[in-house]
Design a protein around this ligand. Structure first.
Ligand SMILES: [Zn+2]
Ligand SMILES: [Zn+2]
Length: 102
């Protein structure tokens, strides 16, 4: 099977850009089934926009942490997942030793 260059209209600026055979092959090798919707210029612009703007909330590098109390030693700590009521949550130290005990 072969790929041929394809012309796509950018969803952002409306310019026609070429989705080259090489790029299509690359996309396919990554398992992507969607074609790019934006020209390279707009894609680059969107990437660099991500750190600025966004209504003054442009800071979300950290994963959300949930405050919990360790079920073993009672220490206050944070975990990167939402604690469920049905499972005890441990601080990092206790988690490690609980895992080793099991
Ligand atoms: Zn564009
Ligand atoms: Zn603990």
């Amino acid at each position: 099977m072969g790929f041929t260059d394809k012309t796509i209209e950018c969803a952002d600026c409306g310019v026609n850009f070429t989705f080259t055979a090489d790029e299509q092959e690359f996309f396919a090798s990554k398992g992507y089934t969607n074609e790019p919707k934006r020209c390279p210029e707009c894609r680059r612009a969107r990437k660099s926009q991500r750190t600025g703007g966004g209504g003054g909330f442009g800071f979300k590098a950290e994963r959300q942490m949930f405050p919990v109390t360790c079920a073993r030693c009672g220490k206050e700590t944070e975990v990167p997942f939402e604690p469920r009521g049905d499972k005890p949550v441990y601080c990092r130290d206790c988690y490690n030793s609980v895992r080793q005990d099991a």
